[in-house]
Design a protein around this ligand. Structure first.
Ligand SMILES: Cc1ncc(COP(=O)(O)O)c(C=O)c1O
Length: 342
């Protein structure tokens, strides 16, 4: 954050604010208190996408909330780990660095004039539930997760993501998120999911190329965690002995397939431009006319306006062959690609 602000200043510009996502989908939290101090020392607000952290307030062993660490505006998907209906979320404002009237006006320009009262009532019911026993509500699931992690740590070939996996200085992880690496079993995240889903009824929150992520919540019980341990033991017994090649998706040297992005025009210009379909072999160098979003992980690899590179196409083919579905692509098999016809 310091470097980004300084770079803008060198260009004679001033950052209007800082926007970060914490925790990540996998539950990794940034050091928000340090980041908010940096922002405030420059007189700018910190906005945090805390979609996956609406439960942090409710147990002493959870990471601290973004608000308590000095964030000015925080967006939480209350429906994700707490119990409100899907689509219901909360926007929290603190202090006076952000103009409340302006936020209100922006919301008015985006929101429907007919709010769904079921959603609002479910937010209120969640608030009511939490206010009754805010310090103990998560005790049971926190204990269950602690026990299950100890058991999983002893299953050969099954890897648990924790803070020691990072070279960066991350300090906290959500105890209710568990990312399980299966590369030592010679499986992709999707293959492990297909097996676990059929054999043990396990449904991850997120499926990656080499791992999958589970979300625990107030609904988790002992039968669920026992089923998880039994499923992972099943994978370990059946796949570890076979000396299969460890699957590694080759992201190149920096392991970031999204690092190389060349835009030819804005997504809006590309969206409204005339389009044509070209054969897969001829699409490199063309301007992409569609979103191509492999699921998992569900992040667009190419967006309208982006120049199609060989590296992007190689990655898409690789994940497609591993079983990923290419959402957004007119031809999910990728024999043709929609490009802009300028
Ligand atoms: C980091 C992050 N922010 C925001 C969202 C969107 O939240 P919502 O589904 O409440 O609109 C998601 C959805 O998964 C997310 O992962």
């Amino acid at each position: 954050v310091k470097i980004a602000i300084a770079e803008l200043e060198q260009e004679g510009k001033k950052a209007a604010g800082v926007f970060i996502t914490s925790p990540t989908y996998n539950g990794v939290c940034s050091n928000i208190s340090e980041i908010s101090q940096i922002c405030h020392s420059h007189g700018i607000p910190l906005i945090v996408d805390e979609a996956h952290g609406s439960h942090f307030q409710f147990h002493p062993n959870m990471p601290k909330t973004a608000l308590s660490q000095g964030a000015d505006l925080v967006i939480q998907s209350t429906h994700k780990v707490l119990c409100s209906f899907s689509q219901s979320s909360m926007l929290h404002l603190s202090g006076d660095r952000i103009d409340r009237d302006r936020v209100h006006k922006c919301l008015q320009s985006l929101q429907t004039t007919s709010p769904n009262l079921l959603l609002l009532a479910s937010l209120d019911a969640t608030r009511d539930e939490l206010s009754k026993n805010p310090n103990t509500l998560f005790n049971e699931v926190m204990e269950l997760v602690q026990q299950v992690k100890e058991l999983i740590n002893h299953i050969p070939g099954v890897l648990l993501l924790d803070l020691s996996c990072f070279s960066n200085n991350f300090s906290f992880m959500d105890p209710l998120r568990m990312t399980i690496g299966v590369q030592e079993l010679g499986l992709s995240g999707l293959e492990a999911y297909n097996i676990l889903s059929t054999s043990h009824g396990i449904e991850p929150e997120l499926i990656g190329t080499q791992s999958f992520t589970l979300a625990f919540s107030l609904g988790t019980n002992k039968e669920h965690t026992q089923r998880l341990v039994s499923g992972l033991k099943y994978l370990s017994i059946n796949f570890l002995q076979e000396e299969r090649e460890i699957i590694k998706i080759d992201h190149g040297t920096d392991r970031v397939p999204f690092g190389e992005v060349y835009m030819s025009c804005t997504p809006r210009e590309a969206f409204f431009a005339k389009k044509k379909k070209v054969n897969f072999e001829k699409c490199i160098g063309e301007v992409c006319g569609e979103f191509i979003c492999p699921f998992p992980p569900g992040i667009p690899m190419l967006i309208p306006g982006e120049i199609i590179t060989k590296r992007a196409m190689d990655y898409l083919i690789q994940v497609k062959d591993k079983g990923a579905f290419l959402k957004g692509a007119a031809d999910p098999l990728l024999s043709t690609v929609v490009v802009c016809d300028f």
